[in-house]
Design a protein around this ligand. Structure first.
Ligand SMILES: [Zn+2]
Length: 289
């Protein structure tokens, strides 16, 4: 029986992922796979790479072009009776071309691995080029498979199921280090950022020292928001400019800190308006508590 892949197989409803369906990557000739539907075992995924010379394969940036080229080359290969061996193909910007999709077994090289693992191909140069976007997208796919599709925890390299260099030394080293295991708590949308939100966005890695006298400065705006809202300070001109009323509020903040701190904790100098890392940490504490 010939099984034509229908539209439902191409859905990849994963938040944060850009999925490109076969209708969008436009296979030529038409996508016409004859792969049996997946059996029941769902152990995990097998990771692949293109494994060909970079100069011959400039499509690592474009999963649609890569999927199209792979499908065409497989169709022209008399030893292969199918279009493309992978369920998903992840390019360097992190987009995902849906190939066999969710409901067809993979081509991992052995009968068992075909049946028990979906295949994810990560587009890199022969042994390098893995991007953080690819890592994040691969994690998202795996997380989705585990949490909504009943897949197990296995994340294997192709070389774990068959004698091959795939998925290349770089990807395999990262795989062994667990980089593809989903870490939703580290995904951008879930990362707690105490500097963003309540008083305007300030990247959590940036805590510049303020000396007083800054003009129309977004960091000063943030500081003023914290002093007003967390400490009830009065600032007559909370406009991002570090003038005298902000100096007064900072002085009060430092005196308050010194009066309430545990004995072992250093004091702040209320004689200056400087906000250094030490003061930022205290303000951060006020915001979070
Ligand atoms: Zn492979």
């Amino acid at each position: 029986m010939v099984v034509y892949l229908g539209a439902p197989a191409f859905q990849l409803p994963v938040p944060g992922l850009t999925a490109i369906t076969p209708a969008q990557w436009n296979p030529a000739p038409d996508f016409r796979d004859q792969i049996t539907a997946k059996p029941g075992k769902k152990i995990g995924v097998v990771i692949h790479y293109p494994g060909i010379i970079a100069g011959d394969y400039p499509r690592i940036h474009d999963c649609a072009a890569a999927a199209r080229a792979t499908q065409l080359s497989y169709r022209n290969d008399p030893d292969r009776g199918y279009d493309i061996g992978y369920n998903y193909v992840v390019d360097q910007p992190g987009r995902v071309a849906v190939a066999r999709g969710l409901y067809r077994s993979a081509a991992n090289g052995t009968t068992d691995s075909n049946s028990w693992y979906l295949a994810i191909q990560i587009l890199v140069d022969p042994d390098e080029g893995l991007t953080p976007y690819q890592v994040l997208s691969t994690q998202r796919i795996i997380h989705w498979l585990r949490t909504t599709q009943g897949y197990g925890l296995a994340v294997l390299g192709h070389r774990n199921v068959k004698s091959t260099s795939c998925p290349g030394d770089q990807i395999y080293a990262w795989l062994k280090a667990g980089v593809f295991d989903p870490k939703p708590e580290e995904w951008p949308e879930n990362k707690f950022n105490p500097w963003a939100g309540r008083y305007g966005a300030l990247p959590d890695t940036v805590k510049p020292t303020l000396h007083g006298g800054e003009i129309e400065n977004y960091v000063v705006s943030y500081l003023q928001g914290v002093l007003i809202n967390e400490m009830g300070q009065v600032i007559t001109d909370p406009n991002g400019t570090y003038g005298w009323s902000t100096v007064g509020a900072v002085m009060n903040m430092k005196l308050w800190h010194n009066a309430t701190k545990p004995p072992e904790r250093p004091s702040m100098d209320p004689g200056t308006g400087t906000i250094s890392q030490f003061e930022w940490d205290y303000l951060d504490f006020l915001v979070k508590t």
